[in-house]
Write a protein that binds this ligand. Structure first.
Ligand SMILES: NC(=O)c1ccc[n+]([C@@H]2O[C@H](COP(=O)([O-])OP(=O)(O)OC[C@H]3O[C@@H](n4cnc5c(N)ncnc54)[C@H](O)[C@@H]3O)[C@@H](O)[C@H]2O)c1
Length: 275
């Protein structure tokens, strides 16, 4: 029971990695507050884990909704020990047409690469990206992480303790060619993690990040089989991971096992990025 009686908020807990973190934290004794922009999804997580927590619907990109969520947490729990800033969007932040275009181009590029005659199909993603797609990606990941962290610190500062875990990505470390906006947002999260870790050290509030490689979740389902095979081929351990493998990293960073870790990133990525 590494999180016995701890109060933990997991954003984006209605699916994938967030749901796996909520589940594992509950198994380790935490009261888990499952946030998601999709209310039903958050409720399903809470029903599945029975942790004495609750579900709260809120869009983390909206600071008023985030403030309301933390007001509810303060009323119902009086404190917060752990925050996992996990909510996120992939190419779902783009239109379906964009997704289809990326898929078509990725398959064409793979075929051209294998033919050995050079790549003629260009990505051209940045030059075609709309303001809206860019802003939404930054809003959910970077603004959302800031909005939730700002409110969490107010609660954690009362007792001078707490652990914050920010979900970044290998995209922050190596850049992913199909998602420049996602890579930028995730890299911004790493800079934010380092700065807030330094700022909050005197209050014994630890702030760390996780940079997962490719994980099997609804977010990565739109990736074409050919593209998936290519990412597996680039991964020394030769596979994608299950969400629980990221959840175990989050548990480490949330618990006292990582008491001397702050401002760090850990990357469960099968060797895709070795830095
Ligand atoms: N799956 C991967 O390969 C992978 C790799 C690296 C990092 N990540 C990161 O891990 C996190 C979880 O991703 P996942 O793969 O589990 O995705 P997912 O799509 O399965 O789950 C994301 C959840 O976040 C919720 N969400 C989206 N926007 C939100 C908002 N504005 N406010 C509140 N909730 C919101 C969604 O409704 C969904 O339930 C994301 O930050 C993602 O960028 C994923």
């Amino acid at each position: 029971m590494k999180l016995k009686d701890k109060v933990a908020l997991v954003t984006g807990a209605g699916s994938g990695i967030g749901r796996a973190i909520a589940q594992l934290f509950a198994e380790e004794g935490a009261r888990v507050i499952a946030n998601d922009v999709r209310e039903e999804a958050a409720k399903e997580t809470v029903a599945a884990i029975s942790s004495g927590g609750c579900a709260i619907q809120a869009d983390v990109a909206d600071s008023a909704q985030v403030r309301a969520m933390f007001a509810q947490i303060e009323r119902e729990f009086g404190t917060l020990d752990v925050l996992v800033n996990n909510a996120g969007i992939g190419t779902a932040g783009s239109s379906g047409a964009n997704r289809d275009r990326i898929r078509e181009r990725s398959d064409a590029r793979m075929a051209e690469m294998l033919s050995g005659q050079g790549i003629q199909t260009h990505w051209d993603i940045t030059q075609e990206m709309s303001d809206e797609a860019w802003h939404r990606m930054i809003a959910v990941h970077l603004n959302g992480t800031f909005f939730c962290t700002r409110e969490a610190l107010k609660l954690m500062s009362r007792r001078n303790q707490g652990a914050i875990i920010n979900m970044s990505s290998v995209a922050a470390l190596m850049g992913l060619d199909t998602v420049p906006h996602y890579s930028a947002a995730k890299a911004g999260i790493l800079g934010f993690t380092r700065a807030v870790a330094r700022e909050m050290g005197s209050r014994k509030i630890r702030v760390n990040a996780i940079c997962p490689g490719f994980i099997d979740t609804p977010m990565t389902q739109p990736i074409s089989p050919m593209m998936r095979a290519a990412t597996v081929a680039r991964t020394p351990l030769g596979r994608w991971a299950e969400p629980v493998e990221v959840a175990r990293t989050a548990l480490f960073l949330a618990s006292d096992d990582s008491a001397f870790f702050t401002g760090q990133w850990l990357s469960p990525n099968g060797g895709l990025f070795i830095g």
